[in-house]
Design a protein. Sequence first.
Length: 56
Amino acid sequence: MGGASKNARTAVSSQKFSCSCGGEVIMKTLFQSGKLKNIAECTKCKRVERRPKDFN
């Protein structure tokens, strides 16, 4: 009857993405020409893509 509100649920699942070279993919936010731009970058080979899924 009195369940927790959806804002009170704090269980967050995070996914670890990895590049084909074996490095870890991290998300970065860049400010270019007045806009925020999110990019994914491999820590090992410095490859840059739009999304972590593009490394597959």
